[in-house]
Write a protein that binds this ligand. Structure first.
Ligand SMILES: [Zn+2]
Length: 167
């Protein structure tokens, strides 16, 4: 697995263990903010900030969400609490990076039965998937961005890196 800069421009590092600003390790149960920043040519990097260092950073982010350190184990599987805030942070974002991430993440969350695929429509020759959940009112239309198998694998790897332990 490549943890450096991939040829499609995602840069991801070991995430979720300490604050990018002050270097303080997150304790078990501690809430912190995770941030994706978009650089040149769609380069995405993740940074995590403790609550103290987070103030005033919202404006420069591609997306951000609050999460919580659950345990010290590296074998845990990230549950809904980790992935849903990230999924929700992509809501309303229409740029290519966000649309592609949303598609791959939605399919994964549906496999985990966090989201439910309730309808499949068509729009301009592309499938439009309708997902519901986990809240009753939560509904999302996700257009198939027409990704290659390689691109799907790469995005899966990106999300694996954003959420260590994700499989
Ligand atoms: Zn900090």
């Amino acid at each position: 697995m490549n943890h450096g800069i991939s040829d499609r421009g995602y840069r991801v590092e070991k995430a979720g263990s300490c604050c990018s600003e002050c270097g303080g390790a997150f304790g078990v149960g501690e809430a912190y903010m995770s941030v994706l920043k978009e650089g040149d040519e769609g380069l995405l990097t993740r940074e995590d900030f403790c609550r103290r260092c987070w103030t005033g950073r919202e404006d420069s982010c591609f997306s951000f969400w609050q999460t919580r350190r659950r345990s010290d184990g590296t074998e845990r599987k990230p549950d809904e609490d980790d992935l849903l805030p990230f999924y929700r942070s992509l809501r309303g974002k229409e740029d290519r990076n966000a649309l592609e991430l949303k598609y791959v993440l939605s399919l994964y969350l549906a496999r985990r039965k966090v989201l439910k695929l309730v309808d499949v429509g068509q729009d301009a020759g592309r499938e439009v998937l309708v997902f519901e959940g986990p809240g009753k009112e939560e509904r999302a239309l996700i257009r198939d961005p027409g990704l290659s198998e390689d691109r799907i694998a790469e995005l899966t790897e990106t999300i694996c890196s954003l959420f260590p332990g994700w499989t």
